[in-house]
Write a protein that binds this ligand. Structure first.
Ligand code: GAP
Length: 434
């Protein structure tokens, strides 16, 4: 874990939030490569979970009318058990203590366990009374349920259909920990998939398969991902069936994603609380009913940590230990690096720039690195997971006529090199990103 955290900071993936002020617990900032990696992950999710399915995207507000969170059960029930040490006054999550009878910091005695609501409360507008209280959304799902009717009325989708969104969610976790695993400000990628009440099981299996396939596509091997049938007592208040997708993180097997059957709990609750009808009229059968919901919910940050964990590798190369990230090309922040063999030869530099411009027609994120020797440039790119490095040398310029307009293509995982024409390199890149 330390190695991953250190690489993330050293190479500009993830930094502590507000670092120059000593940080802010439970917040992290994504640096240039981290934000590119995150963007690539979100794009791939959008493609698989929205674009290729009958799922409509939305982008709902983070601040919502507090009545929505009362109706959804979050005001009364979105809480974790909290205990406070009587001696040092530190607070802990009661269900995460190794010894529930002694404070891990000072050995002191605990007070009574109480429920701590995890929603961040805030005030909307200039008045500071109960009527202006609202919450930062604790799940993006809330914004989807309150827009169900808007989507039905404006796009008239046929059941089954989904509504999905990516966005920030906020949870005042008692004990944020494990780097970007448990955050107070997090990001989620969620779909609420609306089905006929009798069709939920089939839909549940469909989304389960899709989640498995997505895990494979982003580089998580089947051996690292485990599906846990969550027992009734441990499920969220809205769920009749939940499968947790767990991942073998460096600190243990922990929840990565959730797949839940939320029944008609949310739509019925919002219908009752708002007085607005949230039913669906089946035009063929003329039946009117509240749809049931299957919810695949994926945390962006936990996925990034799983992707980094799965991709992190060390091996021996050229007599040295090398660190590299075996990221799938689609996720890699930088797709290829182009370098002239020598940076003080203008004709090499000019040709290398030409090659880079050619590859940028395939993808914008083609790096340029002419610092230090070639070996150092490769190591830098290996650490950020760049799949290909391309070197332009004197043969490219035609010193050896047979090799004119060819370059060296080096592969990240094996270090193997091959001589290819510039067009062939562009094709390889296109294929890797397809
Ligand atoms: N809408 C359903 C929902 O929010 P959840 O199991 O509470 O269900 C879904 O959260 C996913 O969001 C989790 O599987 C995880 O990936 C992510 N997540 C939840 N709490 C998190 C936290 N404090 N920090 C980072 N990610 C978190």
């Amino acid at each position: 874990m330390e190695k991953i955290v250190s690489l993330c900071k050293r190479r500009g993936f993830v930094f502590s939030g507000s670092e120059i002020y000593g940080g802010l617990a439970g917040t992290y900032d994504y640096g240039p490569y981290g934000s590119l990696l995150k963007e690539n992950l979100k794009q791939l999710w959008r493609q698989r979970f929205i674009d290729e399915r009958n799922v409509y995207p939305i982008d709902a507000a983070i601040l919502m009318n507090s009545k929505a969170w009362e109706a959804s059960g979050h005001v009364s029930g979105f809480s974790d058990p909290l205990v406070e040490c009587k001696k040092c006054k530190k607070r802990f999550r009661a269900d995460q203590l190794e010894n529930p009878n002694a404070c891990p910091e000072c050995g002191g005695e605990f007070g009574e366990v109480r429920q701590f609501n995890m929603m961040f409360k805030t005030q909307v507008g200039a008045t500071e009374d109960e009527s202006s209280v609202t919450y930062l959304r604790p799940e993006t799902a809330g914004g989807i349920f309150v827009n169900y009717k808007n989507v039905v009325d404006s796009l008239h989708p046929k059941l089954p259909f989904g509504i999905g969104q990516i966005g920030k969610a906020f949870r005042n976790e008692i004990a944020p920990r494990d780097f970007i695993f448990r955050l107070r400000e997090l990001e989620q990628m969620e779909v609420e998939y609306f089905v006929r009440p009798d069709a939920w099981e089939e839909a549940f299996e469909e989304w389960r398969t899709l989640m498995r396939d997505f895990a494979t596509e982003i580089g998580l091997s089947a051996g690292q991902v485990h599906e846990l049938e969550v027992p009734e007592g441990d499920r969220a208040h809205y769920s009749k069936r939940t499968i947790d997708f767990e991942f073998d993180y460096p600190f243990g097997r922990k929840e990565l994603w959730g797949l839940a059957y939320r029944t008609d709990f949310d739509l019925s609750a919002h219908q009752a609380a708002s007085g607005v009808e949230l039913t669906y009229l089946d035009e063929e059968t003329k039946e009117r009913f509240v749809p049931h919901v299957i919810e695949p919910s994926l945390g962006v940050d936990r996925t990034i940590l799983a992707v980094l964990t799965a991709a992190y590798r060390e091996d021996e190369m050229g007599g040295d230990t090398r660190t590299y990230l075996a990221l799938p090309s689609k996720l890699a922040p930088i797709k290829a690096m182009v370098a002239p063999l020598l940076k003080n030869k203008p004709e090499l530099v000019a040709k290398a720039q030409e090659v880079r411009a050619e590859l940028q027609k395939v993808h914008a994120w083609i790096a340029w690195d002419d610092n230090g020797n070639i070996g150092k440039r490769y190591r830098r790119q290996d650490e950020i997971g760049t799949p290909f490095c391309i070197t332009v040398d004197f043969d490219t310029l035609g010193e050896n006529a047979e090799l004119k307009d060819t370059v060296t293509l080096r592969h990240r995982d094996t270090g193997e090199q091959e001589r290819l024409s510039i067009e062939e390199v562009a094709t390889r890149l296109r294929e890797a990103l397809a």
